[in-house]
Write a protein of this length. Structure first.
Length: 329
């Protein structure tokens, strides 16, 4: 599959930073330090790279990711800032604060990175190595904490290596991360809401807002973030069309979400066909999932027939999301 046979570990010298940028541009995975914890970076605009990232972490589901950018200007190309968000960004970026904001219309971040949501988490890290990589790469980098899913976040390159050796391309060792806990996550989608306590204290945020932060709606998840999105994805991404899962054939007039080869008869009966992966690759299917669902939905068919997808690798997460989308309607 995508597992890399060797994972190189290098220092943060100029040649290694250039290497990191090259690997990211080629769709590879690079772990690097931020001021909070080590992140596992991928090109935010490359759906296949994002799918590989989920696979390397062994994430059971597609939790949405944080897009890392070098400055506020770069963030403004991705998301819409309201007044509160602008004040928080001005006060705390670069720094351990992540803002969840409405995606901009022309946001180039892959649909998979936001798990199909209309919001995007963004942050400007405060670490020279993270900045060097962002500058060299020149595009947003999605980076969850660089640990296997369910493990604690890594604060040294050795932690990253212990979890992800053989699964990613490169680890840039920039020493121990100074903050040591993940960023604080605040959603500004109306009244500012604390989704995850983290490296920036709540009090500092409330001083800038001149207001208390609202509490997140429900209990915290495994890594401390409230399930504003992950736990509620079933209701967040639900197509208008009915989803018919495990469809062996398309019925006349249905939209067909295909996987693997499609018979000419099915292609003829379907109103429209989009293929998650003609070669039957679950990584490619994951990368295409949310964008294809949206495209078929807007084509106006009453029912989207979804061909069977094996539960191998990322196929399990693809099927999980399809089941939620089918139920959430
Ligand atoms: O300090 C950090 O934030 C580190 C470094 C590497 O930047 N990153 C990090 O990422 O902790 P991760 O993926 O381990 O945690 C991100 C959290 C997840 O709980 C995810 O559900 C939440 O952010 N999140 C991401 N996008 C979201 C969105 N659109 N709405 C709500 N929550 C979101
Ligand atoms: Mg994490």
């Amino acid at each position: 599959m995508t597992a890399q046979s060797t994972t190189r570990v290098t220092g943060p010298d100029a040649a290694s930073i250039a290497d990191a940028a090259r690997i990211l541009a080629a769709g590879g995975l690079v772990a690097f330090p931020t001021e909070t914890v080590y992140g596992l970076g991928a090109d935010a605009t490359n759906g296949i790279a994002v799918a590989r990232l989920y696979e390397a972490k062994g994430r059971p589901a597609f939790n949405p990711l944080i897009a890392h950018v070098p400055d506020i200007g770069a963030a403004q190309a991705l998301v819409a800032f309201d007044q509160a968000a602008a004040a928080l960004a001005a006060a705390f970026w670069p720094g351990p604060l992540t803002l969840v904001l409405p995606k901009a219309a022309a946001c180039p971040v892959a649909a998979l990175a936001t798990a199909g949501l209309d919001t995007l988490a963004v942050r400007v890290p405060n670490h020279p190595v993270a900045h060097a990589i962002l500058d060299a790469f020149g595009k947003p980098i999605v980076a969850p904490s660089a640990n296997r899913s369910g493990h604690v976040s890594p604060t040294t390159a050795a932690h990253v290596h212990a979890d992800l050796a053989g699964r990613i391309d490169l680890i840039i060792d920039g020493g121990q991360t100074p903050v040591g806990v993940e960023s604080t996550i605040v959603a500004c989608l109306g009244e500012p809401m604390l989704l995850r306590p983290g490296g920036l204290p709540r009090e500092a945020i409330e001083r800038v807002l001149k207001n208390k932060l609202h509490a997140a709606p429900a209990a915290a998840t495994d890594n401390g973030a409230a399930p504003l999105s992950p736990g509620m994805l079933a209701t967040h991404y639900a197509p208008r069309a009915r989803l018919r899962l495990n469809a062996k054939h398309a019925e006349p007039g249905e939209a067909l979400l295909a996987f693997g080869s499609v018979s000419p008869a099915d292609a003829g009966r379907a109103k429209i066909v989009l293929n998650l992966s003609p070669r039957g690759d679950p990584i490619e299917a994951a990368a295409n999932l949310f964008a294809h669902l949206r495209a078929l939905d807007s084509a106006g068919a009453g029912t989207i027939a979804v061909m069977p997808i094996p539960d191998d690798g990322l196929g399990e997460a693809v099927n999980d999301r399809l089941a939620r989308a089918a139920a959430g309607r």
